[in-house]
Design a protein around this ligand. Structure first.
Ligand code: G3H
Ligand code: ZN
Length: 287
């Protein structure tokens, strides 16, 4: 199939009561794993470039890898900027050919978040690029961005309704109790809040920090209106866990391909599991 914008996928996932898996592609092997998993499941998928990936690999490399992967894929793929930090970064991603961007103004006062997000929508919409924004603050650490538990706060349903009306975004990331990175205990999601947001907000909702969230809670969140689920940490764990195991079993190995290949396969497996859990399997033909 090929590169599609996020909104096209979300229209179908919202109507069908499933969620698209959005996976952070940190390097060649993980980007290939995302595509292999999506093709094996015949599922649409989102490849995300996180701030850490951009810093590690540089945007032109990540863009080239992700866009080539999308073009060659037999399933619909959106290439998306994750937690975009500025107007200029969004412009660089749109220019590089991304089909979707997130602008994360969640640390700003409400009206400033609206102003920045609105400007991004005005840039992106005429060139058919989707826009995700965030309201409320999701705790935890994603790459270099850490949101202290005291700073994290949940999305207010009325504010969310006002925000999506003012910005006309294609997707809204909500803070309902998930956090980026590893959880110390079992995360408890505020499902009532999610339902109250859903009642007021027609825009597809996004769940961040979804690694380590129990399967039942993910299903419940999707049942209550989440249409896109973001996963990074679970892939990293599977990938580096396999690297460690391979190197422990063959400490003399010097061929990077011999250790990265099995790690890529481990990533494929975890991504396939997530796609199945989110209900995305077999949905490629719907887009
Ligand atoms: O934006 C990316 C995600 O929210 C990933 O969160 O590392 O907790 O899965 P995670
Ligand atoms: Zn996130």
């Amino acid at each position: 199939m090929s590169l599609v914008n996020l909104a096209a996928i979300l229209r179908r996932s919202q109507a069908g009561g499933w969620a698209v898996g959005a996976f952070n592609g940190n390097n060649l092997e993980i980007i290939q794993a995302i595509i292999r998993a999506a093709e094996a499941e015949a599922a649409p998928v989102v490849i995300q470039a996180s701030q850490g990936a951009i810093k590690y690999a540089e945007l032109p490399y990540i863009a080239a890898l992700a866009l080539e992967a999308a073009r060659r894929a037999r399933v619909p793929v959106a290439v998306h900027l994750d937690h975009g930090t500025s107007w200029s970064q969004v412009v660089r991603c749109v220019r590089a050919g991304f089909s979707s961007v997130m602008i994360d103004g969640s640390h700003l006062p409400l009206e400033e978040n609206i102003g920045l997000t609105r400007r991004v929508v005005e840039l992106a919409r005429p060139v058919d690029v989707s826009v995700e924004a965030e309201l409320g603050r999701i705790g935890g650490t994603e790459d270099d961005i850490t949101v202290d538990a005291r700073e994290a706060f949940f999305t207010d349903p009325d504010e969310a309704a006002y925000f999506v009306q003012a910005t006309e975004v294609d997707a809204l990331a909500v803070a309902i109790g998930t956090a980026h990175g590893l959880y110390r205990g079992t995360p408890r999601l505020d499902f009532d809040r999610l339902t109250r947001i859903r009642e007021r907000v027609p825009t597809p909702l996004v769940l961040h920090g979804s690694s380590g969230v129990p399967a039942d809670a993910i299903r419940e969140a999707i049942g209550r209106g989440v249409c896109k689920v973001n996963i990074d940490t679970d892939i990293r764990q599977a990938f580096t866990g396999k690297l460690r195991a391979v190197l422990a079993a063959a400490p003399e190995e010097i061929d990077p391909r011999k250790v990265l290949g099995p790690a890529r396969e481990a990533a494929v497996e975890v991504i396939r599991e997530k796609i199945r859990l989110f209900g995305g399997s077999g949905r490629a033909k719907e887009i």
